[in-house]
Design a protein around this ligand. Structure first.
Ligand SMILES: [Zn+2]
Length: 718
């Protein structure tokens, strides 16, 4: 247990309680809003609702301990294989050793998988056919012994048994039958999308929740499968799907909280819009490479950072690929796990280490050895990762109303990817973040299909106050955006392949629809050039990948007659627009020439950026603040190898080469007193000139952080 010389805060108090195994703490709200913390002895049953009366539905700061837990474990032990013993290998000897060594904040185990099978006996007769032991009961006992919080995984809107026994509760597909997922595993189990407004809630999920909450006293419930939908049944289709899912989650959360207010609730990889935010005790998602790029986890963390609750990401220690049944699952190298985990931690997230046990449920020693080292890596960085806030320098706007996380295109993912490559350290926000107090200097509005007049009015105020705006593609369909940008949309998607001549030499091409714009107050920033012979009536016969097509004539470029990009100054600010589907395309292809073009555009908007570095594009930068300290996180995203073997399934990242030295330049209102390299508190070599701090990181392995104390944001800097 650590000793704290500073006054004991509730957070510290709770943290020490958890790690010191002194007992669980139950927060009881008082009328004044203050909290009284009452100890409950180890192993004691959590109080049940007296006389069936729900306890208070709120537990303020119930998630405080979670925010102090940088390293947690997801045991992805599917209940989906009916002909293997489930859980018999998870013995006290096997599990206790791991819990003691890993020093987790929480461990999450399966209560119900997508098959609908439960890891516990249920009155609904849903338990696994070869259930070796009541798994939540077993883990509740051993986690009490180690002071580890216990979370239960529960498949929410996906359930094979419920859908089989009650097809009328399913989300109907085109044939009227319930929509089925994971058909590739149909020999093992079924997984049906379930209707949240059917009897599935009252007669199924609520029964399971009561059983779990009254027997196992979980500290958290993580709901997976809530991404299923939208449901097209008559009950659901009359309302927006986001409304239906919000109602479903509220029912789920409220029932959980009625038994135990301090039991945390989250659903994985669901929408992050603020109007649906209040239900979540933390934000969460599972991101497994190579199915998901490392940047998925990064960008999800950047999406969650301003939501006011802790957030985490599970990164998987095993390579498997849903679409590649011939790949045998094998363990990832530790270095790769550290690279993925560092991405989460640097962005202010908590790291969920996601592992697979043996088929009978025993932890795998070699995987748990890596997990132990990963936990040490995380804890060594907790001072610079936990309880930090984004420095809110640049942002990507995701204003599309919806229930899900992903969006109708990869618009915001691509914009964040590009800004990360250019070390702009973006957050991802929705329009409710656009307040007068916001400190963002640059906001990118990437191909937004829905921009309300109110949202555009907020963007205009942002620009007039001195902000820099960059929009692209279909964002221009909003008449208000056209007015703000000083252009008129004359014809959408007039050509399908456009090029620009870069000022630094060379060209950049975007193979995506380009809009014909007319200037109405804006200036042309780049003229658009056509691809050679793109008006040839037979050009469509050439496959897109044919190497000699879609090329610009560099010696005699053919102007399209309308701009590729425009710029307009408005009061103190500036607004630019790129007239094509730029960011969705960049997400998919990551073309270096597109990035080179953006590298030219951004200095027009931000001539004196707050942060600059000579690091290469694969070094991810995150700017975080903690009290008066600016934390410049650098994550080495180098895969260390040629990844161009398109026709093979060699998708590994193994050796990650260190890079450096890396020089960072940070604008400051006054000269900081100290700059250290963390972890390790090594003083950094620095220079101070004209309000710019220059600091050198000699070598970047996987992750380092420059801690700059004190740091004051300068006025009027980009
Ligand atoms: Zn429905």
């Amino acid at each position: 247990m650590e000793n704290h010389s500073d006054p004991i805060t509730r957070r510290h108090f709770l943290s020490e309680t958890v790690h010191g195994s002194a007992g669980l703490m139950i927060g009881l709200p008082l009328a004044s809003g203050a909290l009284l913390w009452a100890p409950v002895a180890d192993g004691a049953e959590d109080p049940k609702p007296a006389g069936g009366q729900p306890r208070p539905a709120a537990a303020p700061n119930a998630n405080a301990w979670l925010a102090d837990s940088p390293f947690n474990l997801l045991v992805d032990y599917y209940t989906e294989v009916p002909f293997r013993p489930y859980g018999s290998g998870a013995t006290r000897e096997n599990v206790l050793k791991v819990l003691k060594e890993l020093r987790l904040g929480y461990i999450i185990i399966y209560a119900k998988g997508h098959s609908g099978r439960t890891s516990f006996p249920s009155s609904l007769n849903t338990q696994h056919e070869m259930l070796g032991k009541d798994m939540p009961e077993f883990f509740r006992q051993v986690t009490r012994e180690t002071g580890t919080r216990l979370f239960l995984y529960y498949s929410g809107m996906v359930d094979g048994i419920a859908g089989t026994r009650h097809p009328e509760w399913g989300q109907p597909g085109a044939d009227g039958k319930p929509i089925q997922y994971f058909r590739e595993f149909a020999d093992l189990f079924t997984a049906y999308a379930m209707c949240p407004r059917s009897g599935y809630w009252d007669d199924w999920v609520a029964v399971h929740i009561r059983e779990m909450m009254t027997r196992y006293d979980p500290d958290g419930i993580w709901v997976d499968g809530d991404w299923a939908g939208p449901c097209s049944c008559p009950r659901c289709r009359k309302d927006p799907w986001a409304t239906v899912t919000d109602e479903w989650r509220k029912k789920f959360r409220d029932l959980v909280k009625s038994f135990k207010p301090a039991c945390l609730y989250s659903a994985g990889n669901v929408g992050a819009r603020r109007e649906y935010n209040s239900l979540f005790d933390w934000r969460s998602g599972d991101w497994f490479s190579p199915n998901n790029h490392r940047l998925h986890a990064s960008i999800a963390m950047r999406r969650y950072t301003n939501l006011g609750v802790p957030y985490d990401a599970f990164t998987c220690d095993t390579v498997f690929v849903h679409s590649r049944p011939h790949i045998r699952a094998r363990t990832k190298p530790l270095q790769r796990m550290l690279q993925e985990g560092a991405t989460v931690l640097a962005n202010g997230g908590l790291w969920g280490y996601w592992t697979y046990p043996m088929p009978h449920g025993a932890f795998v020693p070699s995987k748990m050895h890596n997990a132990k080292l990963a936990g040490e890596f995380a804890r060594a960085r907790k001072d610079v990762c936990l309880h930090t806030q984004s420095a809110r320098w640049t942002a990507v706007l995701d204003a599309e109303p919806r229930a899900g996380l992903f969006g109708s295109s990869s618009n915001f993912w691509g914009a964040a990817k590009a800004l990360i490559a250019l070390h702009r350290a973006p957050d991802v926000i929705d329009e409710s973040d656009l307040t007068p107090a916001v400190t963002y200097d640059l906001i990118v509005v990437p191909e937004q299909p829905v921009l309300t007049p109110d949202t555009v009015a907020r963007l205009e105020q942002f620009v007039r106050r001195g902000g820099k705006l960059l929009s692209s593609g279909c964002s221009i369909r909003s008449p208000e955006v056209q007015k703000l940008l000083g252009v008129k949309l004359a014809k959408a998607g007039e050509i399908v392949d456009g090029h620009v001549m870069l000022k630094s030499g060379g060209t950049a091409g975007v193979y995506a629809p380009w809009d014909r714009l007319e200037l109405a107050g804006a200036e042309e920033l780049y003229p658009l050039c056509r691809a050679w012979d793109d008006t040839n009536p037979q050009v469509g016969k050439i496959r897109g990948c044919y190497p000699i097509t879609g090329m610009v004539d560099e010696e005699n470029p053919q102007k399209a007659g309308f701009p590729a990009a425009t710029v307009r100054r408005l009061d103190k600010g500036i607004a630019a627009h790129v007239a094509t589907t730029f960011f969705d395309t960049y997400w998919k292809f990551g073309n270096p020439d597109m990035l080179a073009w953006l590298r030219e555009i951004l200095p027009v908007l931000q001539p004196a950026p707050l942060f600059q570095t000579d690091a290469l594009s694969f070094v991810e930068v995150t700017l975080r603040q903690k009290r008066d300290t600016l934390l410049v996180h650098l994550v080495n995203g180098n895969p260390g190898r040629d990844i161009s073997l398109v026709s093979t399934d060699d998708l590994w990242v193994d050796d990650i080469p260190p890079v450096g030295p890396i020089t960072c330049r940070i604008r400051c209102a006054s000269r900081p007193q100290s700059v250290t390299i963390e972890p390790g508190a090594t003083p950094a070599e620095t220079r101070w000139r004209d309000g710019i701090l220059e600091a050198v990181l000699p070598r970047l392995e996987i992750h380092s952080c420059l801690a700059i104390r004190p740091w004051q944001r300068p006025e009027n800097s980009g």
